[in-house]
Design a binder for this molecule. Structure first.
Ligand SMILES: [Ca+2]
Ligand SMILES: [Ca+2]
Length: 447
């Protein structure tokens, strides 16, 4: 504006001088004109200075406003960020230059920015993230036509008929199922494919593949299942792991050993595997002379072993005994005046029982019966204390019979002993005492 005024001024002067040359004005006129120009210049100079002052004022005002704005920004923060569902937010600072981080819970994956920074403009960088449930089924983990069900942090497979396992990777117990071999159905269209090189061993073999038109069919031997991404491998089915507990109970009664293409059951020492291959049967060492019992000992077969026992008749004062059978001692006749002798047991019988561990209880283990009744009363009682009393009771089952009852299951290996006494009375007077000693050999295993 100011410079525009000045230019106009000079343009105005030129016509004035040009006019002098043509018309030659008087000195008075000249002086009057110059005064007028001087006046004009002064006016413009004043206006110019005034404009400059106004401009300077405006600049100062603008500068002050700008300074105030910067100061205000330094005290401010970014808006607080929300924590997305199923996640954690790390970092709390909301001032420019600081970052917050997001971590999804297990089973969820982050979509969006993992970190966001508070910028100078007081806005956060990036997009607010979300945590989405990882689709474990995305990789199609269920094999052989199984349906995948996505769950938080895991998946489950619903297998088609004939397949089992976490990923439907194994055929069901009838693993002798014939694998479809289409080459026999259309022999003309079939062509054998040589198996590709795979790492083989007794548990992994190459599969046999045939090409039928555009489709490849691969088969395995019984006891193997197709594996590998392109069905080029047959892997042994671990029957011990897969069918540990079947509908028919345990696959093996004792232990299972996985073998290439099959499995076998094993039994502990002292047992043989039965014909069905699953159970264990005790070896009768006494019948098969697989024992080391001496001549004066008896061999008692037990579950999982045998025992050599020796039956000796009691040696007590005032009474003598004779062995009337391998397991029985009978008192020799007493002299008429020897009352101590007549009070001693008339007979002592031994019985050895072999039982399995953890036998269900209560259960009658042994019965003692009088063949002939001489007196009017029979009494049955359990002798001894401690161990016998903890496990056994004696009950009468009929007038002439008492029975030894095992009260609760006993875990083996263990040996329990009990003595049952039968007393015969006539009008309260003892006629005879008969002792039966029962020894129970309890095995280690429940078979
Ligand atoms: Ca196997
Ligand atoms: Ca045995």
């Amino acid at each position: 504006m100011i410079w525009t005024h000045a230019v106009i001024v000079f343009l105005c002067l030129c016509p004035i001088y040009a006019a002098f040359g043509q018309d030659c004005p008087s000195r008075q006129d000249m002086q009057s004109s110059l005064k007028q120009v001087q006046k004009l210049l002064s006016t413009h100079e004043a206006a110019y200075l005034q404009s400059l002052r106004t401009l300077r004022k405006k600049l100062t005002l603008l500068q002050n406003t700008a300074t105030k704005q910067t100061g205000k920004a330094n005290n401010d923060t970014c808006l607080k960020l929300d924590t997305p569902a199923n996640s954690r937010k790390l970092g709390k600072a909301q001032t420019p230059g600081h970052e917050v981080h997001f971590l999804c819970d297990a089973g969820y994956e982050l979509v969006g920015a993992e970190s966001r920074m508070c910028q100078e403009s007081l806005t956060w960088s990036g997009q607010q993230p979300t945590c989405r449930n990882i689709n474990e089924c995305a990789s199609s983990p269920c094999l052989n036509g199984g349906t995948c069900v996505d769950e938080v942090n895991q998946f489950s497979c619903t297998c088609t008929k004939g397949w089992a396992g976490a990923t439907c990777q194994s055929p069901v117990p009838t693993f002798f199922v014939t694998m479809t071999n289409t080459s026999s159905a259309t022999p003309s269209a079939a062509a054998a494919i040589s198996p590709p090189a795979v790492t083989v061993g007794p548990f992994v073999r190459p599969s046999r593949c045939t090409q039928v038109q555009d489709t490849t069919h691969c088969t395995c031997d019984p006891g193997y299942t197709i594996s590998g991404r392109d069905s080029t491998t047959c892997t042994d089915i671990d029957e011990c792991e897969l069918f540990h507990m079947g509908q028919a109970g345990r696959l093996c009664l004792h232990a299972c050993v996985n073998t290439p293409g099959g499995y076998r059951c094993t039994c502990p020492a002292g047992y043989n595997v039965t014909r069905d291959g699953r159970n264990c049967k005790d070896i009768d060492e006494c019948a098969t002379r697989q024992n080391n019992c001496t001549r004066d000992q008896m061999c008692i077969n037990t579950y999982g072993g045998f025992q050599c026992v020796r039956v000796d008749c009691p040696r007590i004062r005032n009474a003598t005994y004779s062995k009337t059978s391998p397991l029985r001692c009978e008192r020799n006749p007493c002299s008429v005046d020897n009352r101590v002798c007549s009070q001693a047991p008339n007979s002592i019988s031994h019985h050895f029982l072999s039982v399995v561990s953890n036998l269900s209880a209560p259960r009658t283990m042994f019965r003692v019966s009088a063949l002939r009744l001489m007196g009017d009363t029979l009494r049955f009682s359990l002798l001894g204390r401690g161990q016998a009393r903890r496990h056994f009771t004696v009950q009468r089952s009929d007038r002439q019979t008492g029975q030894l009852v095992l009260g609760s299951p006993v875990l083996g290996p263990a040996t329990l002993e009990a003595e049952v006494e039968m007393t015969e009375l006539e009008k309260g007077v003892q006629l005879g005492r008969y002792i039966t000693k029962i020894t129970m050999f309890i095995s280690q295993y429940e078979f």
